[in-house]
Write a protein that binds this ligand. Sequence first.
Ligand SMILES: NC(=O)c1ccc[n+]([C@@H]2O[C@H](COP(=O)([O-])OP(=O)(O)OC[C@H]3O[C@@H](n4cnc5c(N)ncnc54)[C@H](O)[C@@H]3O)[C@@H](O)[C@H]2O)c1
Length: 337
Amino acid sequence: MIKLAVVGTGDIAQTHARAIQQLGTCELVALVNHRTESMQAFGEVFSVPVSRHYVTIEALINAGDVDAIIICTPNFLHASQSIMALTTGIHVLVEKPMAMTANEAQMILDAHTKSDAVLQVAHCWRFDEEVQFMRDQIASGIIGNVIRTKGYSAHVNWGPSGWFTQKALAGGGALADMGIHAIDTVRFLLGDPKPISVYATIGTYYGDYDVDDTGIITVTWDNDITSTIEFGWWQPHSDGIGASTQFYSTGGFAQLFPTTIQITDSTTRQLTTIETDYPAKRDPHVPLSIYINQIDHFVNCIQSRQTPIADGHVGFVNMQIVSAAYQSSKLNQVINI
Ligand SMILES: NC(=O)c1ccc[n+]([C@@H]2O[C@H](COP(=O)([O-])OP(=O)(O)OC[C@H]3O[C@@H](n4cnc5c(N)ncnc54)[C@H](O)[C@@H]3O)[C@@H](O)[C@H]2O)c1
């Protein structure tokens, strides 16, 4: 059985620990957190003995007897912790965003090329059943050729605090936190095209912090599709639940959340709706199943030496888009990637 440790024992680490418990094909054997009290509380809930609690990732690595780690720390630690683990042959599932900048993400990729270990980035929406269904539908051509997409990922009347709102610790604000989910989801749904250019307007309107809480990005892809992506914290409104992506195509329309497919009749131009069985998601709209599927995939990739569907390069391309968007907004110009 694959032996896992979580690094950071905050919110998302709890979700991963619950997913590991449900999965049953791997076990949570160790914890890392510089705050021992919170680590102890976490250890009690998830039955990880104090003898396997470590205050640094170095101490975990020196103790040995762990196959893989899930990095659930603030973003500024993702690159150094990933590189340290990969260098010693420990498999890494690192939370999104994989790093603070594209340059940092590149450093992780460099460490990965010299390592035999598996590197997966926790772009969790790739493991959602509806997202996978929609990807297959779009790839089948059921709505013709996609021309443009429109999506968002936003918190309505809510936003995080603490390290999430400090640039030095998070790298960015709502774009790095929320926008990256919408970027990765649309890219996955379109079959992972390469971004060609990025234009963005990003700002801070709702809080007293040095990161962004509102923005719009336009990405052009190498398959001639254009995507607009909106993101934010503390937004006064969203068009539905916290995230959605729409596809405008030559032969119809599709939408993720609520999942809808409409085919255009080529003669009458009337739209026919294809019924799907997915019940409408409600906020908070993230089911535990996607985290279970995500860790299941990670464990399978370790055991069969496959490349994950959210590998380091996927995370890197997302970071290229994020970094280009911040640069575009600052310079008020299109950034070619
Ligand atoms: N995929 C998702 O759906 C999703 C959801 C939430 C958060 N995240 C990502 O997960 C990461 C963590 O977010 P969170 O909401 O759990 O944050 P959090 O603040 O709740 O938890 C961070 C944890 O890291 C610990 N920590 C801080 N410095 C440390 C160090 N030097 N060594 C070890 N541990 C340290 C903190 O004590 C805390 O336990 C972020 O990158 C975030 O973007 C992803």
